[in-house]
Design a protein around this ligand. Structure first.
Ligand SMILES: *[C@@H]1O[C@H](CO)[C@@H](O)[C@H](O)[C@H]1NC(C)=O
Ligand SMILES: *[C@@H]1O[C@H](CO)[C@@H](O)[C@H](O)[C@H]1NC(C)=O
Ligand SMILES: *[C@@H]1O[C@H](CO)[C@@H](O)[C@H](O)[C@H]1NC(C)=O
Ligand SMILES: *[C@@H]1O[C@H](CO)[C@@H](O)[C@H](O)[C@H]1NC(C)=O
Ligand SMILES: *[C@@H]1O[C@H](CO)[C@@H](O)[C@H](O)[C@H]1NC(C)=O
Ligand SMILES: *[C@@H]1O[C@H](CO)[C@@H](O)[C@H](O)[C@H]1NC(C)=O
Ligand SMILES: *[C@@H]1O[C@H](CO)[C@@H](O)[C@H](O)[C@H]1NC(C)=O
Ligand SMILES: *[C@@H]1O[C@H](CO)[C@@H](O)[C@H](O)[C@H]1NC(C)=O
Ligand SMILES: *[C@@H]1O[C@H](CO)[C@@H](O)[C@H](O)[C@H]1NC(C)=O
Ligand SMILES: [Cu+2]
Length: 336
């Protein structure tokens, strides 16, 4: 009797897990259909047959994974476009993107620009991979929910040569604890997770980060500027992966987001939940609000953020296609 009770409890757990994913998949399917209908009706020449499609990393054929990884390595070999007089630390085209994010941090987060700016950012990076590094695919995304129980097991982070490298080396380190500057005291924490050191596996083992960290004491909200994170400071990329914050990126969390009624509710929930959840799941440099695009993983996380926004928009494109909220000022009206 005891045995069968346990079995039923176990089956009940499994089916509730599946039900959570099923609720999300149903909304995803409906959204995709509405999007294709809107696309076909737009008569722009853009149809379901020729539209660009971003995919989950785990669904890409091995050859495409290698091709993506090689394109990122190519960006890291190309010379920077930023002027050394403005960004003394920049060493490659890859660094250019991180420099722009650092400089813009105070005008693109905790305000109405957060989602559109990062949509544009991922798209420009994706175009650079294609036009400057011969990549023929699109920016893949990291579907957090599939891997929320064990993030390091994701094919994106499993440390193989078809991953973007795994966790950082396990080294003793402090808990993550950071008060966002000029936020009225918004504090983020995460207990020390399973890494903390440099990457040791996969294609980006020992990857060097040249810019940051930003001394936020020295920068008032505005342009960050030279001398406060844009100088040359080579060190290894760190990750500190674990599942403390990944419990904010589960199927119930993404489903709740798709059910939000208006942009302000959607964006606030997203920022507090899955956005922080994904960054802190990776940890290390990803915990840094200014310099996180120095980790190639940044673009997979933000491609997924953008996907969730797209799915939400297409559920009522007439209203949500142009809906926005907030201002362009740091922590003005968007208390998240
Ligand atoms: C959109 O148009 C294509 C042909 O151009 C067609 O194959 C597809 O079924 C249409 N999709 C929808 C959702 O109407
Ligand atoms: C930061 O951005 C502003 C506005 O585009 C620009 O004027 C300034 O030169 C940038 N600073 C650096 C260091 O890139
Ligand atoms: C891209 O492909 C072209 C044509 O094959 C080649 O000339 C060029 O060197 C390639 N660029 C890079 C960055 O690999
Ligand atoms: C990737 O790993 C496989 C299996 O270990 C190996 O056969 C292959 O040569 C590796 N490819 C590269 C580009 O390192
Ligand atoms: C990373 O760098 C360290 C120190 O320079 C070196 O000992 C190690 O072999 C490197 N590892 C890889 C995978 O390149
Ligand atoms: C910022 O200022 C606070 C308070 O003066 C100080 O405790 C902290 O160490 C400073 N941080 C940096 C990075 O200088
Ligand atoms: C989930 O996240 C919350 C908030 O960060 C934390 O208190 C809790 O311990 C986490 N739960 C698990 C199972 O990791
Ligand atoms: C996300 O999920 C966690 C754990 O189930 C829950 O505590 C939290 O309230 C959820 N957050 C959102 C924004 O749905
Ligand atoms: C879309 O939003 C508008 C405005 O709130 C509303 O009138 C309409 O019913 C919504 N459409 C759907 C399909 O939910
Ligand atoms: Cu950002």
């Amino acid at each position: 009797m005891k045995f069968s009770t346990t079995v039923f409890a176990f089956l009940g757990l499994l089916s509730s897990v599946r039900a959570d994913e099923a609720a999300f998949r149903a909304l995803e399917k409906q959204s995709n259909l509405l999007q294709l209908q809107a696309l076909n009706a737009s008569q722009t020449g853009c149809t379901s047959a020729n539209v660009a499609v971003r995919r989950e990393w785990s669904t890409l054929p091995t050859k495409e994974k290698h091709s993506y990884i090689n394109a990122v390595k190519c960006l890291r070999r190309l010379p920077p476009l930023n002027l050394p007089s403005l960004v003394p630390g920049v060493r490659s085209r890859f660094d250019d993107y991180q420099a722009v994010h650092i400089n813009s941090t105070f005008i693109i987060h905790f305000n109405g620009r957060f989602l559109p700016w990062h949509r544009y950012f991922v798209s420009v990076y994706e175009q650079a991979l294609r036009s400057q590094c011969n990549y023929t695919g699109y920016q893949p995304y990291w579907e957090w929910s599939t891997f929320a129980n064990d993030p390091v097991a994701s094919p994106l982070f499993d440390g193989s040569n078809t991953s973007i490298s795994g966790n950082g080396a396990k080294v003793p380190h402090d808990d993550f604890s950071y008060t966002i500057p000029y936020s009225g005291g918004l504090h983020n924490t995460c207990p020390a997770q399973d890494g903390g050191g440099c990457l040791t596996t996969g294609p980006f083992a020992n990857l060097t980060v040249n810019l940051g960290p930003v001394n936020s004491n020295a920068s008032l909200p505005g342009w960050v500027g030279s001398g406060t994170g844009l100088d040359y400071n080579p060190r290894c990329l760190t990750r500190d992966m674990g599942s403390y914050w990944s419990n904010y990126t589960g199927w119930d969390n993404v489903t709740t987001l798709l059910e939000a009624d208006d942009f302000a509710t959607f964006a606030t929930l997203l920022t507090q939940g899955v956005h922080r959840g994904g960054h802190f799941t990776i940890g290390g440099l990803n915990n840094d609000l200014f310099t996180s695009p120095g980790d190639p993983a940044f673009f997979f996380h933000h491609a997924q953020i953008d996907r969730i926004w797209t799915l939400w928009q297409n559920l009522n494109l007439t209203k949500r296609g142009t809906e926005i909220a907030g201002t362009s000022t740091w922590f003005n009206c968007m208390h998240s």
